[in-house]
Write a protein that binds this ligand. Sequence first.
Ligand code: 13P
Length: 249
Amino acid sequence: MTRRKLAAGNWKMNGTSANLAELDALAKAHPTPGCDILICPPATLIARAAQAVPDQIAIGGQDCHQNETGAHTGDISAQMLLDAGASHVILGHSERREDHEESDADVRSKVVAALAAGLKVVVCVGESLTEREANNTLDIIGGQMAGSIPDVVTGENLVVAYEPIWAIGTGKVPTLDQIGDVHDFIRARLERRFGVGVGRSTRILYGGSVKPSNATEIFAVSNVDGALVGGASLKASDFSPIIAALESA
Ligand code: 13P
């Protein structure tokens, strides 16, 4: 089964209108990309980003509320993201789980809402350093997958991102064996729960300090179908070589 690779950028709480020029540069550098490209800018830029970029770059949100509408000041629904021009949404990022105390059950209901609205979801899982040092990594990942991913997913609308918390924004990266072990485990869990068809067509991204200098070796690891990139997705000059590395993986 060949899965189309995915280079995804998570801008987090970075970017104002001036940064839309980076999307322009990215689109010009990759007119016919050999992989899918997704950029998730802050919510304030989604509509303009979606209008500015050509079709080869998808735009996504970084979170959504589980309800369609209602009295939830400051929140954004999946329908609103779709209406603004987003096709994807990141859910369950460790920064949301930590800053906003999102539980697996919260993430799961957001995934259900996003899929019902017609968005594709990038569900994030990942262990803390304490959990890794206690040899609990696979238990944690398995638990997060069971709790955060609902039954209704398909290989087309689900992407799983493995992001070890201790590797995010730290410059620390797991060994290639450690990445491979977790990605193989995620693949096996997906196949066991959803069957081989869905399990083998779901893309699994690695995230955590991916840079132009380490992208090629990470993309050569088994069951790594792309990356979810934070800091190095903010500038086209950093993200473009990561995309190129993925295209030739
Ligand atoms: P960095 O690439 O900045 O480590 O962030 C990874 C991440 O959290 C992407 O969602």
